[in-house]
Write a protein that binds this ligand. Structure first.
Ligand code: ASP
Length: 582
């Protein structure tokens, strides 16, 4: 028998019982007369005790065990004299009467405990060992619990989980596709789906009404900490709905998850137009856990002889409450931060409205006390506050101010990971102009419906058209996004036209969807959540790799299995692929 109990199960109730447990040796402490071993499995840790006096042989074999050996121990549960309040089994220990090694282990390359000494790359290489560590086990379990709650919630309100194909047609809109050669169809390729978008819309045409899927998606993009080449979406679609119906449904799902998983009650989600998000927070995913909105002081600050402001399209100010005491060094530090290439600011102007009513600034030479007072009034600043000002081109100054705001929020401790501040960002532009390609791209995707009132502008002034799209943002992270879809062939063709497709191109690529629209497509809309991000956020973290059992590294590699890899020339021949060496 391998076990009567798990390593997380035994309590004082079991004292006096003889039990069998199996697991991994996490830690051995040898005190001469007595040897202690922490035995671990996914349920917890139990302390084993070997006593030299009562059982010399057993104690000696215990001393020979190494870390991560898999063993089975039989023994008597007894109350500990030295209780450990930090673990659930901390009141008991097992006096070992029998020991069996199931499998020895090499010395692990890093410490397999809550805190580890392993660097990220090494832990990725031995991911199966890293996954034995408690924090990762907790993350994997959290992910499971969330997936289960999502399935329960959505099934209860009639959503069906339906699988869609992973080998699909490549479509050049959106991100880059991963492509897969087809052996049976010479010189042709499948693509891995960036999302099941067209399939879920076709399911609506088929009458499935409410669909969801927890589904893997693939995008061949450059990676960041919160991106993976394959990631998971909670993909959803509904028929006979307007924007409001979708928002209400998925606000409920979000509240349900926060309540069941974190016992957090969320307030009703605010709705914020995209244009406000940009002008007040410098971001389409504002972190509204704190205020510190952006103030546009262009009118008050320009044309007073200060070239930096005069040459800028906009002058934007942030007020940091109670920070007038910031030191020279702190401000220099922030100035360097703003000037980093990733941020792209040209500098930082400061004004200190001291608590004693005096004012000091880095532009005292150019502006009078009255000017500075004007700014104070405009920005609702108070004595004791620090004002930080950036100026620059319309194109990027809002995002620079937005980044600075986030950095200040972090430095001031205003971004508590245990506090959740959700909102819907709505009324996105439908199209986005790309200077390089010299054409419009769909900001969301080409199937998103324009706001009804704006449809007329689609061919005359496409840049002005608003989309019937929405993003769910929590704590500055885009957790989900979706839209009401076009379900009318003529409008869909107009959209393709605005995107620069000829009729032939549109039909060649999306003929199946356009065709379906001619057979009674119902009005429909939906949303997809980034599941990995959502799980990470639930745990108050932002590195999604910690929440994926087998993630890729920053270069998109599976370091453990060493993928991608070369393949044999025979495999390539079968696919009719010839490598050209460069
Ligand atoms: N398919 C979309 C995406 O992956 C989400 C949606 O519109 O439902 O972003």
């Amino acid at each position: 028998m391998y076990r009567t109990h798990t390593c997380g199960e035994l309590r004082t109730d079991h004292v006096g019982q003889t039990v069998v447990i199996s697991g991994w040796v996490q830690h051995i402490r040898d005190f001469g007369g007595t040897t202690f071993i922490d035995l671990r499995d996914r349920y917890g840790i139990t302390q084993l005790v070997f006593d030299m006096e009562t059982n010399k042989d057993l104690c000696e074999s215990a001393r020979k065990l190494g870390r991560e050996y898999v063993i089975t121990a039989t023994g008597l549960v007894r109350e500990r004299s030295n209780k450990n309040k930090n673990i659930a089994t901390g009141e008991i220990e097992m006096e070992v009467l029998g020991l069996k090694i199931l499998n020895p282990s090499q010395i692990p390359p890093f410490t397999i405990e809550t805190e580890t000494d392993g660097g990220e790359e090494l832990r990725m290489k031995y991911r199966y060992l890293d996954l034995r560590r408690n924090p990762l086990q907790q993350n994997v379990m959290l992910r499971h619990r969330m997936a289960l709650e999502i399935r329960k919630f959505l099934s209860d309100v009639d959503f069906l989980e339906i699988e869609t194909p992973y080998l699909i047609r490549s479509t050049p809109e959106g991100a880059r596709d991963f492509i897969v050669p087809s052996r049976m169809n010479e010189n042709q390729f499948y693509a891995l789906p960036q999302s099941p978008q067209t399939y879920k819309q076709l399911l609506m045409v088929s009458g499935f009404d409410r669909y969801f899927q927890i589904v893997r998606c693939f995008r061949d993009e450059d990676l960041r900490a919160d991106r993976q080449p394959e990631f998971t979406q909670i993909d959803c679609e509904m028929s006979f709905v307007e924007r409001e119906d979708v928002l209400v449904m998925f606000e409920k799902l979000t509240c349900h998850l926060l309540k069941t998983i974190r016992n957090v009650d969320l307030p009703p989600f605010m709705r914020m137009p995209y244009s406000d998000a940009i002008s007040l927070y410098g971001s389409d995913k504002p972190d509204i856990r704190f205020g510190m909105q952006i103030n546009d002081i262009s009118e008050q600050a320009k044309n007073k002889g200060f070239v930096v402001f005069d040459n800028a399209d906009r002058v934007l100010a942030l007020v940091v409450e109670g920070a007038a005491e910031y030191t020279r060094k702190q401000i220099d530090d922030l100035t360097d931060w703003v000037k980093r290439p990733q941020i792209g600011g040209s500098g930082l102007i400061w004004v200190k409205y001291a608590a004693d009513g005096t004012t000091k600034s880095s532009v005292d030479k150019f502006f009078s006390a009255n000017d500075l007072k004007d700014w104070k009034t405009k920005c609702h600043a108070s004595d004791g506050d620090l004002m930080l000002i950036v100026a620059g081109a319309e194109k990027n100054i809002f995002s620079i101010a937005g980044e600075l705001r986030l950095e200040l929020g972090s430095r001031q401790g205003l971004r508590n990971p245990d506090h959740f501040a959700p909102l819907w960002v709505v009324d996105f532009p439908l199209l986005e102009w790309d200077d390089e390609a010299k054409r419009f791209f769909a900001m969301h995707h080409p199937f998103t419906s324009p706001v009804v009132d704006d449809i007329e502008m689609l061919l005359t002034d496409p840049g002005k058209v608003r989309a019937n799209a929405y993003d769910l943002v929590i704590n500055g992270v885009e957790i989900g996004g979706g839209s009401i879809r076009i379900h009318d062939r003529v409008l869909q063709m107009q959209m393709f036209k605005a995107l620069g497709f000829s009729d032939e191109e549109a039909t060649a690529q999306f003929g199946f969807l356009l065709g379906a629209f001619e057979f009674g497509a119902p009005p429909h809309g939906g949303i997809a959540f980034g599941f990995d991000r959502f799980v990470a956020m639930m745990a108050g973290q932002n590195n999604i790799r910690e929440f994926i059992a087998f993630p890729k590294n920053n270069s998109g590699r599976d370091v453990m299995a060493d993928a991608p890899s070369t393949v044999s020339s025979q495999q390539l021949d079968e696919l009719n692929i010839k490598l050209i060496s460069r």
